[in-house]
Design a protein around this ligand. Structure first.
Ligand code: CA
Length: 250
């Protein structure tokens, strides 16, 4: 049974969400105050499977709640709900460490689908049973190791926890290593977003991953920008360069 924490100070909206999520089989709890919600989420980390987090809240706003949650090493999936739909707010939400974002007003079926999507991705990452070739628990490259089940990146004695979306995005790239993937494909297949979403969301995530992966984030070798198209993950860039330089014409 999945537990949802709704952090929302508009009573009627919180009540409507509770009703609908309970009808879908969720166990639902509601907090109205950002600070109180943060305290609960940090002290009782494993209680909730997903958090629906309003941005405009008394106590502490949603951006600050998710940022402090991540700083405290808590990586429960968080979906931000906000009436503001400016691109900068979306980016601020993802920059703070949110996993998904839904502008108000939203249709309930869409909200439910997105919540299920977050839970599916979590299950997908956690599933270590039945690991066929499609499943990937770990990936080692260039002195680094990603544990997708634990959502951890390790290198040189450093341990970097990844958010659900960071880990999901990395797994998507790893499975397509060496191939260019478009922003559109990333939005659809990683975020499950088909509506017209600002693709800078992705650029923001890439910037965060580069801070973990790249020796020089401004000159990325692993997560390369393919101008006008998207990105390409290269696991061992030095080997590719060596092979390239041995080719014809060099
Ligand atoms: Ca509010």
């Amino acid at each position: 049974m999945n537990r949802v924490l709704i952090v929302e100070d508009e009573e009627h909206l919180a009540a409507g969400l509770r009703l609908n999520l309970e009808a879908e089989g969720f166990v639902v709890e509601v907090e109205e105050n950002g600070q109180v919600a943060l305290d609960r989420l940090t002290s009782d980390a494993d209680r909730f499977d997903v958090v629906l987090l309003d941005v405009m809240l008394p106590g502490l706003d949603g951006f600050a709640v998710v940022r402090r949650l991540r700083e405290a090493g808590r990586f429960v999936p968080v979906m931000l709900l906000t009436a503001r739909s400016h691109a900068d707010d979306v980016l601020a939400g993802f920059e703070a460490g949110a996993d998904d974002y839904l502008p108000k007003p939203f249709d309930l079926p869409i909200l439910l689908a997105r919540v299920q999507g977050l839970l599916r991705r979590k299950t997908w990452l956690l599933s270590h049973a039945a690991s066929g070739p499609e499943e990937l628990e770990e990936f080692a490259f260039a002195g680094k190791r990603i544990d997708f089940r634990e959502q951890m990146l390790y290198w040189d004695g450093t341990t970097q926890p990844l958010t659900l979306m960071e880990a999901t995005l990395m797994r998507y790239f790893v499975r397509r290593a060496g191939h260019t993937v478009s922003r559109k494909a990333l939005l659809e297949e990683v975020w499950g977003v088909r509506e017209d979403t600002d693709t800078r969301t992705i650029d923001n995530f890439i910037a965060r991953l580069r801070r973990y992966l790249e020796a020089e984030p401004s000159h990325p070798k692993h997560l390369q920008t393919i101008r006008g198209v998207g990105y390409r993950f290269v696991a061992e860039p030095d080997q590719v360069e060596t092979r390239g330089s041995a080719g014809p014409g060099s």
